[in-house]
Design a protein around this ligand. Sequence first.
Ligand code: PEP
Ligand code: MG
Length: 891
Amino acid sequence: MTKWVYVFGEGRTEGAADMRNLLGGKGANLAEMARMGLPVPPGFTVTTEVCTHYYKNEHSYPEALKAQVEDALKAVGALTGRTFGDTSDPLLLSVRSGARVSMPGMMDTVLNLGLNDVTVKALAEQSGDERFAYDSYRRFIQMYSDVVLGVDNDYFEEIIEDIKDDKDYRLDTDLTADDWKGCVEAFKEKVKEELGRSFPEDPHEQLWGAIGAVFSSWMIPRAQTYRKIHGIPEEWGTAVNVQAMVYGNMGEGSATGVAFTRNPATGENALYGEFLVNAQGEDVVAGIRTPQDITEAARIASGSEKPSLEALMPEVFGQFRETCCKLETHYREMQDLEFTVERGKLWMLQTRTGKRTLKAALKIAVEMAEEGLITKEEAVNRIDPGSLDQLLHPTIDPNAERDELTTGLPASPGAASGAIVFNPDDAEAEKAEGNAVILVRTETSPEDIHGMHAAEGILTSRGGMTSHAAVVARGMGKPCVSGAGAIRVDMQRQVMLVDGRTFKKGDIITIDGSSGQVLAGRAEMLEPELSGDFQKLMDWADAMRRMKVRANAETPADVKTALAFGAEGIGLCRTEHMFFDGDRILAVREMILSDTEEERREALAKLLPMQRDDFSQIFELMEDRPVTIRLLDPPLHEFLPKTDEEIGEVARQMNVDPEDLKERALELEEFNPMLGNRGCRLLISYPEIAEMQARAIFEAAAEVSRRRGVTVKPEVMVPLVGLRSELDFVRGRIEAIAKEIDAEQSVSLEYSIGTMIELPRAALRAAEIAESAEFFSFGTNDLTQTTFGISRDDAASFLGTYQERKILEKDPFVSLDTNGVGELIEIAAQRGRESRSDIKLGICGEHGGDAASIYFCEKTGLDYVSCSPFRVPVARLAAAQAVLKKVDRDV
Ligand code: PEP
Ligand code: MG
């Protein structure tokens, strides 16, 4: 016969901590505490399976349930020495919900169940406190009517207020036993008036009403919403915990409180908590009275004059402290506890894993591992890699006031305040004056790079998580909110309109790139803090991971950041970003506007020394670590001016006719530039570009190798290959240049040539492409774009709706679509390895910094992941966790 009910209490406990799915978190932990011999008020748990049955069978219970509950009531009666429904020594109960994971506030608790006109007298007699008994009784009627019978609580509060007015009382505590007696009568009359029937006096009827209410509460809208937000499946159901009442409000020798076994804010290994004398649990949470500190140390630290539990009830405190230690050691995790003291006797009401800040999480994990309580692997597994962002960037003080304007996409983490500027030149000018600015654009383009550099943060009204603004900002480690659709940027008037408000240049705003929030004005910030605990945990993680972690970086500043965060190489150096700096853009434009190959080569010759210098600096910093340099990728028109004004300005600088410039720009314009003449296609159209870049790379490698006495072995990467013949063509040019340099400089260059896998065709034809490529780097931004056929720059306008309507669960530009895009990666990896067994495989799309995607990369056996510098620690930790998770699965 199915067991639907599990009893817990000293000497007879049927559940345990590992039965969380069946008993819910609260029920499983109550059983575990009872099993450990801790003082838990006896009770029983009605399983989550009853909830499932209830919903599958038109709100009815399994047949055997009634008898099992009756038996459990008897068992609890035996453990407490009381009888449920007895008139002289009644067992009173609390009834609480308890799902597998905590869902705070989902359902109200019913306390004091079993009270009626007769049992209340027994309670008065036993407690020797009539006022307490009738106060408990009216609380019960109030809670039960609200939660179970659906009578609005406001009615009851009104009745209390009327009594207070009548008697000229100020506080609830002014009401006497007789007042509460009168109140009880009024409450019952109100219930009758509202429902047309009397308040149930029969304790059994009360109990079944409460159990039914808990199960019904599983489907109320706020519980459904909570589950949706937290991804809790509906099928899990809730359990019901029925427990003997204990009272923290039986006079000055009674108390109730909550505590953490370690400080949840700092992680300090010190008991931390609050309590109230002569109060029930709700009073602590409700914040009506100011709670007192549990330990003397905390009281002294907070400067409170109210005595601590340690001073007030030293014996109970000693026992409580010992219990906390026992629980933490037993669960091997920081615990969050609820307790009650009834006339000097300690009762434990709940234990669960305590929530904590990231700083505390790091400290607790490291210290527990050092104490030998957990293993280093467990410590590494206990930190959410994504949360490390909090540690590496400034964040808005959680206590700061927020004048929120709108929320866009959290494109690049960290928060920043500054004066609005609408164009990159203004950003640069303001920065030169020492002013902090936020660059606000509809969307950014490579031309805005200098302004993005100068700004503290970037805000765009369009563009998704892999839009230009997002990718570049992440690379720079600058906060960015992209795709904030509610904002209209009026470039003509130089204003930003949002939420019915107008902001002009110079107005201060704050952006939070971790949440996507945009705020008016300046907000208080917390500066990042890299503690010793962080370093220790990262060292442990490094020792556990298999995959290497590289960074996507192209400027010396980014490379330095990447190295400081522990990057082991550069997985993607996007050379186009180097084309926008200073005077280079002029030479780049000359190159683009050239009519003949000869003219083009002349312009490229001007770029050569600059590119060589770029690469020298990178090789110098990276020493013998691997560096993958990608040849030019974006369509050429991205380098040309757009508006008439810009065209005029550029034509003047270049000493050409603005009309000619305009014409050439028009010629280069494409309907669909992402699918146009870019990547290797560009290098095939203009092979001299590849040649110049190859020369710059190799000359720099030769020079740094000579100077530093190391062997720099650059990895030259060809983007957007779909055909082996494309790669072969570009490869031929690169090799020819290498040969020339070998001869010119009497060196023997060491290098490799590989390709990005960004097109489904490339993934499918990986076997033949691998014959020509020594490495593959999965460009999952483009591969996602081309697999889905969704433009990465326009996705923001509908992907939100897709997620809301559950058409897509996650944004595939943020977290890899492991089924579709992932299958192409698996195919490419497998076919690539078949034709070249030692082919090096990596990922350099934005997914290289996303924990779930990194797990996929580990499973697929990639050699490295590459991500923006600020995500390197995230990737290091996620790569270690991926190994641990894989081992777990394999066992
Ligand atoms: C990619 O497509 O994933 C990639 C890394 O290249 P980019 O983002 O520069 O197109
Ligand atoms: Mg790409």
